[in-house]
Design a protein around this ligand. Sequence first.
Ligand SMILES: Cc1cc2nc3c(=O)[nH]c(=O)nc-3n(C[C@H](O)[C@H](O)[C@H](O)COP(=O)(O)OP(=O)(O)OC[C@H]3O[C@@H](n4cnc5c(N)ncnc54)[C@H](O)[C@@H]3O)c2cc1C
Length: 424
Amino acid sequence: MKYVIVGYSVAAVNAITAIRESDKTGEITVISNEDQLYSRPLISYYLAGKLKKDKIGFTSKDFEKDMKITVLYGAEAVKIETKSRHVELNNKKKLPYDRLLVCTGGSPIKIPVDGLKDGLKGVFTFTKLADAKELEKYIEKNKLKEAVILGGGLIGMKAAEALLGKKMKFKILDIADRLLANTFDKEASALLEEKLKANGCEFLKETTIKKVIAKAGKIEDLVLSSGKKLKAKLLIMAVGVRPEISLVKGTPITAGRGIIVDSRMETGVPGVFSAGDCAEGLEFLSGKGAVIAIWPTAAKQGKVAGHNMAGVKDVFTGSFAMNSVEILGVPSISFGITNPKEDGYEVLKKSADGKYKKIVIKDNKLVGVILVNCIERAGIYGLLIKEKLDVFGLKKELLTDDFGFLLLPTDFRKHFVTGEGTEV
Ligand SMILES: Cc1cc2nc3c(=O)[nH]c(=O)nc-3n(C[C@H](O)[C@H](O)[C@H](O)COP(=O)(O)OP(=O)(O)OC[C@H]3O[C@@H](n4cnc5c(N)ncnc54)[C@H](O)[C@@H]3O)c2cc1C
């Protein structure tokens, strides 16, 4: 059996481990257009100087040897031929496969801005280790102390975390009226904004860039949508990530926003699987396919794909959105549907002593949560969403500071904790 895996990150690592559970000898070749395996969420710690590049891995040192895999680093897959079953590389080499996994992740979105040209110095994206390394060099070479981040979503906040670690000041611009707009509401955002302000940073809401002004090939100023001019010798574009699906274009493998897969993570083309940020797996709350671009989802989908590639039946039962960030010592977590747009949802909120809790309920089931500065019991909320348990009798308890297993009625606890001799 020949397995080919395009993209080498968390989905790939989980797929490889799952394949090797049952197939100890099949040939596994991995194609990576990067030069090392690392955890993407840790690039902000690398840039902040908290972790060296050899400390941002997430496998054992001997993973590749133990798993008996060949990793082609610095190689790009450019074409998939589904009829003759091979993948073509940028060096024209053709790799035949019996089972193929496409786990190419996401690529940063670039928005068109007047004056913003490719190659303009001082403009960066922030999704790869290479971005963090380039940023580090540029900041040091130009002795920069300030920056502008376009986008206050997850990647923008991760870039902010890194710059704070470097003791830099920055302004975050976002077209939305709050930070982490996809998951946060105004109250949650206000707690982060306060902290940023106290540290000399600023959030400019409902603001974008109209024009970039450069001098000698380097970014110098920004003209904002408000008409104001802003000095910017460093601009981090963090407006989002889109699934990297260019490889399947022009092939019979179908894609919407991401690559379409069934519950076994197989595409419509037999033998071709997809997982992670490039795939549209099952979204648990809507029951529909969606791209949920987070680490645990990529890990689970990779595992399911790997099992099925090796002929062991496994099913992806779905996932839901989850965001976890810590800015200036303010930890926050959100799950599921946090800003319902239609009727039929019940929203409970509690705000006190710099802590904020928001609970979203539909049909007596918990479907969304925001926790700011009170994340200790986050896991149990996640579990309630996943288990779709009826929380009708628990509404008051859900907002309390000490909400936990012990506040759940016995029946609930029995549902979570099983096993002989377990007293619940
Ligand atoms: C800065 C940052 C912080 C994050 N923080 C968090 C967090 O705190 N929590 C969380 O849950 N999630 C976080 N995420 C999201 C998380 O990292 C992703 O969901 C996860 O990495 C997705 O894994 P993946 O295996 O699908 O793909 P990726 O990690 O995106 O890896 C895909 C790989 O495929 C390679 N590739 C693409 N095309 C080709 C090709 N044609 N040929 C060869 N190689 C190719 C890419 O270069 C890349 O190496 C963060 C993401 C970023 C960018």
